[in-house]
Design a binder for this molecule. Structure first.
Ligand SMILES: Cc1cc2nc3c(=O)[nH]c(=O)nc-3n(C[C@H](O)[C@H](O)[C@H](O)COP(=O)(O)OP(=O)(O)OC[C@H]3O[C@@H](n4cnc5c(N)ncnc54)[C@H](O)[C@@H]3O)c2cc1C
Length: 405
């Protein structure tokens, strides 16, 4: 029997879920509900009329591994191919790219010191953790944050040997697209788009709007989620009616895929799923101060990200930090790190609250727990709401699994 699937959250995770679901012959209808007035979630680009492009969220995607390949496969899929023709990818060419024992294996710094010596762990890997997760390398879990490193050590007993001998991850059912082959041949380490990352949700939206079995709704926050004998029932405050008032709509679906932040999903789940809600609430997030700076002349635009795991300690409570404080700190940083002393001609500062989940020790166990629970009740499929596009793409791997209804 064909199923109706509701996808909650219209970030890149939710849009990607819809894309895969729209291809399934087991699905009769897909309904996406997004709370805000736009799709894309943390992906957010300012495109100015003079052609300048500023990213307020993610700015690049790594093509490495099965996750990176899935993403490139999706973008080079029949309908999305045009985004790569009209908005050329810009690539950085680079290299290829429980207690006791469990604790020893999982903490990032101890893992790296054991393998590469404490100096590299302290400096290089700390930078990696800050750059990708805005997090503290002494608390993050290798297994959850950097799965290829963990797999390499498990398989070969050595990170370097494992990475060298693994010959890349196995190619999944989707095969390898021309774009993914090109990324490999040209050794891309990262790609972005000339018109900004917002191009990705925009393109997916366009593709999905042309699909008769898919409905996309923005300005439609989910308020409640209940499970009945007939399937899932949820209430959404839907579109504005003719009197400019929000109407409440009750919707039904056989399956739910959540691409919501973990804490939001936790607050919506019914009492029967209390243990899942508790697990979701245990996933910490950090806030980030984001400042975009534009300069006159030959100085390239600069983006400064600050805070993360050290936000409160260095800037105070995220709700109380003034944009001017962020701007001053950013200017101070570009002066001392880049020796840029001139004043920017344009700037934008914002606090992105709770924007990056932290995969701390034991995170993978939590995910397994979620999956165990979701497969037991057989109806809700949870998608990891990513901390990095990488990990939201990681959710694509999970989606492949979950959408085999
Ligand atoms: C500053 C920053 C920089 C980053 N840089 C990079 C990078 O360079 N490369 C990279 O790979 N990744 C990067 N990331 C991570 C990447 O942006 C995320 O992993 C990805 O955008 C997560 O997508 P998502 O769809 O899972 O979640 P989100 O983008 O959080 O989407 C969730 C959606 O759910 C909606 N929602 C919330 N509540 C409700 C409700 N009640 N009802 C309906 N909808 C609701 C939200 O409005 C939102 O649109 C960065 C993230 C940040 C914050």
């Amino acid at each position: 029997m064909q199923k109706c699937v509701a996808v909650l959250g219209g970030g890149i995770g939710g849009l990607s879920a819809c894309y895969y679901l729209s291809k399934s012959t087991h699905v009769s209808k897909v309904v996406l509900l997004e709370a805000t007035g736009r799709f894309g979630g943390w992906i957010n680009t300012t495109r100015r009329e003079d052609g300048a492009v500023f990213e307020h969220g993610p700015r690049g995607v790594r093509p490495a591994g099965a996750v990176g390949r899935n993403t490139l496969n999706m973008w080079s899929g029949e309908n999305c191919a045009s985004i790569f023709q009209s908005h050329h990818p810009q690539c950085d060419e680079g290299g290829p790219g429980e207690e006791g024992e469990r604790r020893r294996m999982s903490l990032f710094t101890s893992f790296m010191s054991r393998r590469f010596g404490s100096e590299l762990a302290d400096i290089a890997m700390d930078c990696l953790c800050r750059g990708v997760f805005a997090g503290d390398s002494r608390k993050l879990s290798v297994r959850s944050c950097f799965p290829p490193l963990h797999r390499a050590e498990q398989d070969r007993g050595s990170v370097l040997l494992g990475l060298l001998l693994s010959g890349g991850e196995k190619v999944g059912a989707g095969g390898t697209s021309a774009l993914a082959r090109r990324a490999k041949a040209e050794s891309w380490s990262q790609w972005s788009l000339t018109d900004g990352m917002q191009t990705l949700p925009d393109a997916l939206q366009e593709v999905l709007r042309g699909h008769e079995r898919v409905e996309l709704h923005h300005s439609a926050p989910i308020r409640t989620l209940t499970y009945t004998a007939g399937g899932w029932e949820f209430i959404s405050h839907h579109s504005l009616n003719r009197l400019n008032c929000r109407t409440e709509q009750t919707l039904n679906a056989d399956h739910v895929i959540s691409a919501l932040p973990a804490s939001v999903l936790a607050s919506l789940l019914p009492p029967a799923a209390t243990s899942l809600s508790q697990l979701l609430c245990e996933i910490n997030t950090v806030s980030v101060g984001m400042v975009n700076l534009e300069y006159e002349g030959s100085v390239l635009p600069v983006t400064v990200m600050m805070g993360g795991a050290w936000f409160e300690e260095t800037l105070g409570p995220p709700d109380e930090v003034k944009d001017q404080v962020l701007l001053d700190r950013a200017l101070q940083a570009v002066r001392s790190h880049l020796n840029i002393t001139s004043s920017p001609v344009w700037s934008k500062a914002a606090v992105l609250k709770n924007c990056i989940p932290q995969y701390h020790l034991g995170h993978w166990k939590r995910l397994d727990g979620d999956e165990a629970e979701t497969s037991r009740n057989g109806a809700v499929s949870r998608v990891t709401s990513g901390s990095a596009l990488m990990s939201s793409v990681l959710s694509h791997g999970r989606l492949f699994k979950n959408i085999s209804l």
